[in-house]
Design a binder for this molecule. Structure first.
Ligand code: CMC
Length: 431
């Protein structure tokens, strides 16, 4: 934390308090209210954390006004174009781009941890076949704490490292097996000669009955999707992981909590909801009807894949995703994809509409990702599991940073209590 000499003055009930102000390396100054309750006897009120920094971090920075996303200082569009997912994982985890030898060691370590404990298959078999793959992932990742006892002691840096590697390495296998179980096909084991994205695609789409060649176009597109979702500073699921972990819970339990949070349609579940919405709209002539519904305060409908708490400009990930959608469909020879046409026209009409302009609502990462995933052959129910698989490295990096921070305290928000004050119990016959 960069301390400055700046202070903020707060007057409460006629008394004045000086509060320290911290200057970050980028972004707005932060007023430090940690001693406020002790000194002034008041809490602050910020449901949804719209103005509250819950931690300090050196991993990811977003400038929502400019539409800029940096991992350890590197812009996401450069990483998406020039880097690849495992290199970005290394960057997020260790703070710097790796030299060739370190990258090779890291890739080998991750590759060697991709298999699941054989007993975990039986755990899958306990689910109904029609279970949503996200439901399976929440359960299976939580169950990892029952399978990998030698990496649950969070006070041991070596165990933390092993848990991080296991999570990043096994998540593609866990997600692919959730899909296989859901479709009723046999589980496909990982293969160490394939890169991370190709291995995932093979575990999802190959069957024992015939040889499967991973299409390099799809593999590159999948790697880019993973890279674009890798981290996003203190979003809801990451904050969930940090809060769960603040009690000293084991890493697998914390990541399972993150997956559960990600599933919601306001967060990672938006990619599934967005594709379903594009399907429902069906043709460009119906767009005005849906735009009108999104603007109607009496209708709960929102344009999925639009709007963001932090971005008040284009989500830089959406720009890359849109370009990628064009490329993938083109390379696969899919012409005139109706959902892509509806998406592009919907984006154009919404951006011209004063409602969206005034509220600064732009397409987010989920707007175009579903179109690519569907073109690859994934059903909509797999979109959010793929988001979870990509975001695991972000959760793990933020978790590691938090555990290593000597200032780490259990997360325990306060409240503005508006309920009854103390009253006497009334016997049932007198109520
Ligand atoms: N369609 C129509 N109106 C919207 C939308 C939308 N998609 N998003 C926000 N608004 C309106 C909202 O009704 C509110 O209007 P008013 O000020 O008149 O009450 C205003 O814009 C501000 O919205 P908010 O809900 O207060 O903003 P928030 O920061 O709490 O919510 C959000 C952010 C992402 C949850 C929201 O924009 C949303 O629900 N979007 C659709 C779901 C979605 O695409 N989520 C993915 C987010 S990016 C990936 C990820 O994080 O996982």
């Amino acid at each position: 934390m960069t301390d400055s000499n700046k202070t903020a003055t707060l007057t409460v009930h006629g008394e004045t308090y000086e509060l320290p102000v911290h200057s970050p390396t980028a972004g707005p100054d932060v007023i430090d209210i940690r001693k406020l309750y002790g000194d002034a006897g008041v809490f602050t009120y910020d449901p949804g954390f719209t103005s509250t920094a819950s931690c300090d971090s050196t991993i990811t920075y977003i400038d929502g006004e400019k539409g800029e996303l940096l991992h350890r200082g590197y812009p996401i569009d450069q990483l998406a174009e020039k880097s690849h997912f495992l290199e970005v994982c290394y960057l997020l985890l260790y703070g710097e781009l790796p030299v060739a030898k370190d990258l090779e060691t890291f890739e080998t370590t991750i590759t060697r941890h991709t298999m699941l404990h054989e007993q975990m298959q039986y755990f899958y078999r306990g689910f109904r076949r029609d279970a949503h793959p996200m439901a399976i992932m929440v359960g299976v990742v939580g169950a990892m704490s029952a399978f990998y006892h030698d990496s649950t002691d969070i006070t041991d840096p070596h165990q933390r490292e092993v848990a991080s590697h296991r999570l990043i390495a096994k998540m593609p296998t866990i997600a692919a097996w959730a899909y296989k179980y859901h479709t009723g096909q046999p589980f496909v084991y990982p293969r160490n000669d394939l890169d991370y994205a190709s291995n995932f695609l093979r575990m999802c789409f190959s069957v024992p009955a015939e040889e499967y060649e991973v299409n390099p176009i799809l593999s590159r597109a999948m790697d880019r999707i993973l890279t674009l979702h890798a981290d996003h500073e203190q979003n809801a699921s990451t904050s969930t992981v940090r809060l769960a972990s603040s009690s000293g819970a084991n890493p697998f339990a914390c990541i399972a909590a993150g997956i559960a949070c990600l599933w919601g349609p306001a967060h990672g579940g938006a990619n599934q909801a967005c594709l379903e919405m594009l399907e429902e709209i069906g043709s460009v002539d119906r767009i005005p009807e849906y735009i009108a519904r999104a603007k109607d305060k009496n209708d709960p409908f929102r344009l999925m894949g639009f709007g963001h708490r932090v971005y008040k400009n284009f989500d830089p990930r959406a720009k890359v995703m849109k370009q990628s959608a064009d490329e993938v469909l083109d390379l696969l020879g899919i012409e005139n994809n109706p959902k892509l046409q509806v998406a592009k026209e919907l984006e154009r009409e919404a951006l011209e509409d004063p409602y969206f302009a005034e509220k600064k609502l732009f397409p987010n990462v989920d707007f175009y990702s579903g179109i690519i995933l569907e073109a690859m052959g994934f059903p909509t129910s797999m979109f959010t599991p793929i988001f979870a698989l990509s975001r695991t490295v972000g959760w793990v990096s933020q978790w590691k940073e938090m555990i290593a921070d000597p200032q780490n305290k259990i997360g325990r928000p306060r409240q503005l209590y508006l309920g009854e004050t103390m009253r006497d119990y009334v016997d049932i016959e007198n109520r």
